[in-house]
Design a protein around this ligand. Structure first.
Ligand SMILES: [Zn+2]
Length: 195
């Protein structure tokens, strides 16, 4: 089994053949995992939050349901989930500008930078940045339409298993957000690739 450690505030990418799984583990608990998938060799086709919401008819797939691409092809199946099941498919990834607007002075790590770095290290440059699959993110929308920024409820070792339905590259960022309180404190993730 291939095992990739994602240090706190960083990102990593891993290639999957159709049929393989990646288990995304919240090592210490309370950590959001921004996740993307690009079709191998055709990175302009990627797991799409908005197309997935249409495909499943809800805000986030249930176990056994699929994330689809912007070409509406199933690319990842939500195979298993040992977390409390709180995830988000609505909120953009954090980027440098977000931290400036939150009042941070100077450089701050971001999920968008982590994605670019991880995909670059994998050999894919100039990626588009789709809306992410925000695993473990606890940001419910209230009936009045407002969003709440609450800490992730995951315990140490909680995990989601995604099965590749197409050959693809999965990138995961251990979200470095430490201003809004969605992470208990920025911590590490682990990616376990299985058959
Ligand atoms: Zn982030």
């Amino acid at each position: 089994m291939t095992c990739i450690e994602v240090p706190a505030r960083e990102g990593r990418a891993v290639g999957l053949r159709a049929g393989q799984t990646v288990t995304i583990v919240d090592v210490d608990g309370g950590q959001v995992a921004d996740t993307w998938a690009y079709v191998d060799g055709a990175p302009r086709e990627y797991a799409s939050a908005e197309h997935t919401r249409v495909a499943v008819g809800k805000l986030f797939p249930d176990r056994g349901e699929d994330f689809v691409t912007n070409r509406r092809r199933p690319v990842l199946r939500l195979e298993a989930d040992t977390s409390p099941g709180l995830h988000d498919l609505l909120i953009a990834a954090c980027n440098a500008e977000r931290y400036v607007q939150l009042g941070v002075e100077g450089w701050h790590a971001s999920c968008e930078d982590n994605l670019r770095q991880a995909m670059g290290a994998y050999g894919v440059g100039d990626v588009v940045v789709p809306s992410p699959i925000n695993l473990f993110m606890n940001t419910p929308f209230l009936p009045d339409g407002n969003v709440q920024w609450l800490p992730a409820q995951t315990a140490a070792g909680d995990a989601v298993v995604l099965r590749a339905l197409l050959d693809c590259v999965v990138a995961v960022s251990a979200c470095p957000q430490d201003v809004t309180g969605i992470n208990r404190r920025p911590g590490p993730l682990r990616l376990e690739v299985g058959d």
